[in-house]
Design a protein around this ligand. Structure first.
Ligand code: KG4
Ligand code: ZN
Length: 340
């Protein structure tokens, strides 16, 4: 089995996977309550929490899988990008384990974990990866579309400023909704009416033919509107619902605008699937819209199980299984907060 470790942000996670991608266990220690009073992740608190939870969680993962350390023949750890202190806890822990057990350690790029996560199944072996697929990674730190073929991922676009999940979180925080904002906005949006005239959110325009995302304009516009119209978490519920529905719709409209533009420019042979990954992929409205997008074009849309949308170690171990390169000497693996 391969043991996965993920500590790049505010979730400590340990998973055990078989070589065929079956997930034996995927445990997550959530820290949301510890960060909530601050309205966002506090890096130092995250590092300390990881330190406290990592080894007990690894022990529990083995116990839950009725396995022992001798059943683990490889370790995969998120080496970046992420919070450097948080990453260091996972990487140092994984190095210690790999070195002590005399087994290889695989350094995994956190984004690669998200990229492949739609192919993990709740039970049984993973879905075979198609020869080519698009993967849209939308989370608190990323908004990017990749073209993945033969184990290589080429980035087709990225955000010029804020990530989509970050935009959800910041606007939610401004109106007084608890962290993380994405699920909160989704909840309130469900009873609301979309009205772009009443809530005139800006549509980002670039002078060049760019396919990039940009969310800072919508963020600033949403905050301005919320201030002017006195939209508050504890205020008029209908006003809040309509605002959330319109704001969420504007965020997603941009995703589809860029996805359409990218799709129309691709050359044959076309990608087999369009996959969506990352925390924002847990959003029910987006999942419906994505499936609808695929139906209208005859494209297969692959959505991750909700449990594999937000950060988890199963996707990290799974990404390691896709790597063909030799695993590194554990002492040579290092944490990096940014990866180009
Ligand atoms: O992938 P993730 O756990 O961490 C990063 O790598 O960033 O994503 C967390 C992000 C947060 O911004 C959170 O607000 C957003 O995903 N998120 C959602 C939903 N669930 C989580 N955004 C919209 N709707 C949701 N249901
Ligand atoms: Zn993530």
């Amino acid at each position: 089995m391969i043991l996965g470790i993920e500590t790049s942000c505010d979730e400590t996670s340990v998973a055990l996977l078989e070589q065929d991608g079956s997930v034996r266990v995927n445990l997550i220690a959530w820290q949301i309550e510890r960060h909530r009073p601050f309205g966002g992740v506090v890096p130092e608190i995250a590092s300390r929490e990881h330190l406290q939870h990592l080894f007990p969680l690894a022990g529990r993962a083995l116990a839950d899988a009725h396995a022992s350390w001798s059943d683990v023949d490889r370790i995969a750890v998120t080496a970046g990008p992420g919070l450097i202190g948080a990453l260091l806890v996972g990487v140092a822990g994984a190095q210690g384990l790999a070195y002590a057990l005399g087994i290889p350690l695989v350094a995994v790029n956190h984004l690669e974990g998200h990229l492949y996560s739609p192919y993990l199944q709740r039970e049984g072996p993973s879905i075979p990866l198609p020869p080519r697929f698009l993967s849209m990674v939308i989370s608190g730190g990323h908004s990017q579309i990749y073209d993945v073929a033969g184990g290589r991922a080429a980035m087709l676009n990225r955000t010029r400023d804020d990530a989509i999940g970050e935009t959800f979180d910041k606007v939610a925080k401004f109106i007084g909704l608890p962290y993380p904002g994405g699920p909160q906005i989704e909840k309130h949006a469900s009873g609301g009416t979309i009205d772009r005239k009443r809530f005139p959110l800006p549509v980002p325009q670039f002078k060049d033919e760019s396919l990039d995302f940009s969310y800072s304009g919508i963020k600033a516009g949403a905050i301005r509107i919320a201030r002017q119209m006195n939209i508050r978490a504890d205020g008029d519920p209908k006003l809040l619902a309509d605002f959330c529905a319109t704001f969420q719709d504007a965020l997603f409209a941009q995703l589809f605008d860029r996805l359409d533009a990218i799709w129309s420019r691709l050359q044959t042979p076309m990608p087999v699937d369009v996959a969506v990954a990352g925390g924002v992929a847990a959003n029910g409205t987006l999942r419906e819209k994505m499936l609808d997008w695929g139906r209208r074009r005859g494209v297969n849309v692959r959505l991750p199980e909700k449990r594999y949308c937000t950060d988890n170690a199963a996707m990290i171990a799974f990404a390691a299984l896709q790597q063909t390169a030799e695993a590194a000497d554990p002492r040579r693996v290092s944490a990096r907060s940014r990866i180009a």
